[in-house]
Design a protein around this ligand. Sequence first.
Ligand SMILES: *Cc1c(COP(=O)(O)O)cnc(C)c1O
Length: 354
Amino acid sequence: MVEAYSIPVTKIEHSRLPGITLENIPFGRTFTDHMLEADYENGEWKNVEIKPYQPLMVSPSLAAIHYGQSIFEGIKAYKNEAGEAYIFRPYDNYKRFNLSAARMEMPDVPEDIFIEGMRQLIALDKDWIPAQENHSLYIRPFMFSSDEMIGVRASEKYKFMIILSPTGPYYSAPMRIYVEEKYTRAAPGGVGFAKAAGNYAAAMYVTAQAKKQGYDQVLWTDVYEHKYVQEIGTMNVFFVIGDTAVTPELSAGTILAGVTRDSVMTILEEMGLRVEEKPVSVDMLMDAYKAGELREVFGTGTAATVSLIRELKYKDFVMSFDTGTWKVTPEIKSRLDAIREGRAADKYGWMFKV
Ligand SMILES: *Cc1c(COP(=O)(O)O)cnc(C)c1O
């Protein structure tokens, strides 16, 4: 078979893998032998190549550093028992990447570079995908403006890259969440729906304040009334109320449309729960809590899959949960993990073979 699009490869001389233990490897600190790099210049993508992972040389006037035209994605690849590698729903991330790019006045990245480049890069570094349960290869595609000029305008040059990081189980203890009613993350008309670097920079201070008070993360609320909830840190949020799972709807463009969110909605329906996307007010949550109907609260995202929430604090009102008795959240995680690790049938066509 002729490869659709073959990217030039410079291989590393000696793999660093023999010196590394993949079992329980911490998230985001170790990178594989190779990376993908491409440049956008004069209206076209060029210099697409796969080469040894290495530092970048950049000018101090690099536009991305000053004005923050920078976006990214987070995706995971898994190895099944037969040793075959699969990427989880990469086309969904690809579409979202180009939506983020459009909002930040950056060029589209073609499928040949994003998807096929990712596939070829992972095929080359396949031995870096840990095979143990709850382990995976985290894939980080990103793009930033690369004009070397100080002046506020959309850059003419961009760099697109993909780096890979093996990761072990992302254990996070059930979280205490502070419902934020002073600072905000995203307003209608803003960039909340985009995976834009600046969104994360703007959240650091607020998260640090919450941590000082003993919370793990904040639950963002709407900018007008601080009444409707949006998402938790870098995770979408779900509330199980009676036999219904409720998650905030996306139409205002203030919430990042998670691929995990979408997958979890499918799994919840498969489990026989009703799923509702709608505006979710803190008042409604407190009423459900007081009535004993608010059963489970969890966050969803690629890094952790699902994270249990054991406490929600809004003004002086504390909603606390005994996560040890929960049924729905652990079941979602186990069903999703089974599909991703190749232990259950891929009935929704989510797994893309490397
Ligand atoms: C990435 C991200 C999510 C989760 O998206 P997934 O596609 O499920 O990983 C949710 N919220 C924010 C702000 C994010 O950046």
